[in-house]
Write a protein that binds this ligand. Structure first.
Ligand code: ATR
Length: 275
């Protein structure tokens, strides 16, 4: 049986094993996908062990998408540019790294891109960087502002993006954004504020930055509706959670590993959120 998996911490609530194992079963592929929850102290040891193992491929999630890079033998060009990977495929004894998050992130926006020119990204970590990269690869989008708890991290992200792309973009800290007069077509939360221990919190107050047609996109998929999305729904705004992105990146990883397309219609959103 071929082995696949997911490395990260914590992984208790991950939907990835469900997504991949369902497709392996459906396509009669003799393979299994499992979680490898790895603490920061055991990270190097676990990676070296995995390198010796016969695992065919794995996903990497928070907090290791950047930290794993030194252990990768070859990076796909886009992954190299973004500096973060979420998918590894073993080829002979070599590990090849890919970033399928960028693809997944755009999936729920595809039908809306014509209506989006200005974007506010909340957060300036790895996920914030990936979101900016994915969007700036789209010609429609030329204005991206970033708001972050620490302004310094937002400034650093903006500088590194401006080396790669030509775009208009301001940075704000969480206090300054309230006084900002811009309204955005799309607001994306890339922080973990709204999940886990931060489930009762919202990363910003969207009232001052949203117009009537703003799309509010939270990369969090569990809970289904974060406080940010609940507030947006109350204001009759269009909302998107992170499930479509999760499924999108998983499908792409599946294709990289197996060379087969992820079967259509074997999973739906209800499948994950049933009580
Ligand atoms: P990831 O790779 O998932 O993006 P990260 O690199 O640790 O993770 O970045 C986390 C992001 O969430 C950062 O933008 C962080 O803000 P800081 O740059 O100020 O640290 C933001 N974040 C995390 N916890 C937060 C909190 N409690 N309130 C506001 N922002 C938070």
């Amino acid at each position: 049986m071929d082995k696949y998996g997911l490395i990260g911490f914590p992984l208790k609530h991950s939907f990835s094993p469900l997504i991949h194992n369902k497709a392996f079963k459906y396509l009669n592929i003799d393979a299994h996908y499992e979680k490898y929850e790895v603490s920061d102290q055991k990270f190097e040891h676990s990676i070296l062990q995995l390198k010796e193992s016969d695992i065919k491929g794995f996903n990497v999630t928070v907090p290791y998408k950047q930290k794993i890079i030194p252990y990768i033998d070859e990076l796909e060009p886009l992954a190299k540019k973004v500096g973060a990977i979420n998918t590894i495929k073993k080829s002979g004894n070599r590990w090849i790294g890919y970033n399928t998050d960028l693809y997944g992130l755009l999936i729920p926006l595809e039908n809306h891109l014509k209506l989006i020119s200005s974007v506010l990204i909340i957060g300036a970590g790895g996920a914030g960087n990936a979101a900016c990269f994915a969007l700036l690869n789209k010609k429609e989008i030329r204005k991206i502002d970033i708001v972050n708890r620490s302004k310094e991290n937002a400034i650093n992200l903006s500088h590194s993006l401006k080396k790669e792309f030509t775009f208009e973009g301001e940075v704000y800290d969480s206090k300054e954004i309230i006084k900002n007069r811009n309204k955005y077509d799309l607001i994306i939360n890339t922080t973990s504020v709204g999940m886990g221990d931060l489930i009762k919190e919202s990363p910003i107050n969207i009232t001052s930055v949203a117009h009537k047609k703003t799309i509010v996109y939270d990369l969090i998929y569990n809970p289904k509706e974060t406080l940010l999305l609940k507030t947006a729904i109350k204001q009759n705004l269009r909302v998107i959670n992170g499930l479509k992105m999760l499924i999108g990146q998983a499908k792409k990883s599946f294709e990289i590993w197996t060379g087969q397309e992820y079967p259509a219609n074997i999973i739906s959103e209800d499948f994950f959120y049933k009580k």
